[in-house]
Design a protein around this ligand. Structure first.
Ligand code: GLU
Length: 422
């Protein structure tokens, strides 16, 4: 497909996600009309928000909400607060959500939102004002049947609570189903907070079974110590896998004997950084990626494994906890090296799977037990994993290509059945 990318979306992340799609679509012989349609988002809203900062100044922030494709149902995806957020990145991540939901069989299309801001340097009151104003600005686009935001990098259940409240105040009654990843007391789901990390570990274990690697003696390195990384590290170590390295945005820590993850979590909670952790050696984020280990879990930001560093990786498999952590070129290197990659749209889908459960519970006003939630998550993600493995083996293609093809097939069927309007 030789169509140029419109200037407003043309960023490295968009080019990356699009080139993965183009390659899969070409391999799949996707209908050209559907291919053209899916290369661009359906809707994109840019908003600006003047916010009174605690020092009295007014700062104008920029935010976005992008809905990539709504052929399978309401659109779904997180809201990211990060200084690097831009329209192209949000559009790319929205597209990624479309593939993710289609792959695991959820009745959703993909969306993403974001605000260019540094939440770490803002007070709680500033964050609340920003969140409420952002919600008011994107109000026409969201709703339980329309588009359902959730947490992503830099946001959490408190941000979701403010979004839910702002939306509900406008409607005049409580609308819990407008966002997922909320606190339990206002309609959140048990198990949602751990869901992404839990899903990462379920697929890592399935991948080990597939490759004939036993848990005994297996090691892991986890990049990113937020909601995904810290929980994945905890479940990995509870499973008996030795977590030898973890990192956050400030630094990494390494211990060849294995880190005590509960202790690391407590340290990070206390000091908000891993720096100075006593029971490990300080390493850089780059060094962490290059540690010799069985499983590498990049669960921080996009574009971490590139053509520059991919050749130095010494892991047996990469399980992508973050969205789009590997660039297209980096991916080619991993392929040549024979490193087994469980792609983001499969590996980190646990979050949106339990978001789906949360939404269903909100709509039904009937809440499930945690055990039920974890069992259903495990069933959906392992079924998806096995479908991808079977396809990848039968077609002799890597996991990313197989995952994308399964997702594309589901979307192509929906687009063909629905046809064009008008
Ligand atoms: N932000 C998460 C993701 O990228 C979760 C999205 C959701 O739950 O809607 O998958």
């Amino acid at each position: 497909m030789k169509q140029p990318i419109p200037q407003e979306f043309d960023t490295p992340t968009y080019r990356d996600v699009l080139s993965q799609f183009d390659a899969a679509a070409e391999w799949f012989c996707l209908d050209t009309n559907i291919w053209k349609r899916l290369r661009l988002p359906q809707r994109a809203l840019c908003v600006t928000m003047p916010i009174r900062m605690d020092n009295g100044d007014v700062h104008v922030f920029q935010g976005f909400r992008v809905q990539h494709d709504s052929s399978l149902g309401p659109t779904k995806g997180g809201v990211r607060y990060h200084p690097g957020v831009n329209l192209g990145e949000v559009a790319a991540l929205a597209m990624n959500m479309t593939w993710k939901c289609a792959l695991v069989g959820l009745p959703y299309g993909g969306a993403k939102g974001g605000i260019g801001c540094n939440p770490k340097s803002m007070s709680r009151r500033e964050l609340q004002r920003l969140t409420r104003r952002y919600t008011a600005e994107i109000f026409p686009l969201i709703g339980p049947d329309h588009d359902i935001p959730a947490p992503d990098v830099g946001t959490n259940e408190q941000v979701m609570a403010w979004m839910m409240d702002t939306y509900s105040q406008q409607r005049g009654y409580a609308v819990p189903g407008v966002v997922t990843g909320k606190p339990i007391c206002i309609g959140g789901s048990l198990g949602r907070e751990e869901a992404t990390g839990r899903g990462v570990v379920y697929v890592a274990i399935e991948a080990m079974k597939h490759l004939g690697i036993s848990i005994e003696g297996a090691t892991a390195a986890v990049q990113g110590f937020g909601n995904v990384g810290s929980i994945a590290a905890r479940f990995l170590s509870e499973t008996g896998i030795k977590v030898i390295g973890v990192s956050d945005s400030t630094c990494g820590i390494y211990n060849s004997r294995g880190l005590d993850i509960q202790d690391v979590i407590a340290y990070k909670k206390d000091r908000h950084t891993l720096e100075g952790y006593p029971d490990g050696e300080m390493i850089s984020n780059e060094e962490l990626l290059e540690l010799e280990c069985t499983i590498l879990v990049p669960s921080a930001l996009s574009g971490q494994i590139t053509e520059d560093n991919a050749g130095r990786l010494r892991c047996r498999m990469v399980v992508e906890g973050a969205n789009n952590p590997t660039t297209r070129e980096g991916d080619e290197v991993l392929k040549e090296m024979g490193i087994f990659v469980v792609p983001d749209i499969l590996a980190n889908s646990g979050g949106v799977i339990v978001s789906y459960f949360e939404w269903v519970q909100d709509l039904q006003k009937y809440f499930w037990k945690e055990r039920e939630i974890n069992e259903r998550l495990q069933e959906i993600i392992i079924t998806a994993f096995n479908r991808v493995i079977r396809f990848s083996v039968s077609e002799n293609i890597v996991m990313r290509r197989a995952s994308m093809s399964i997702a594309i097939k589901r979307l192509a069927d929906a687009h063909l059945a629905r046809g064009l309007y008008p």
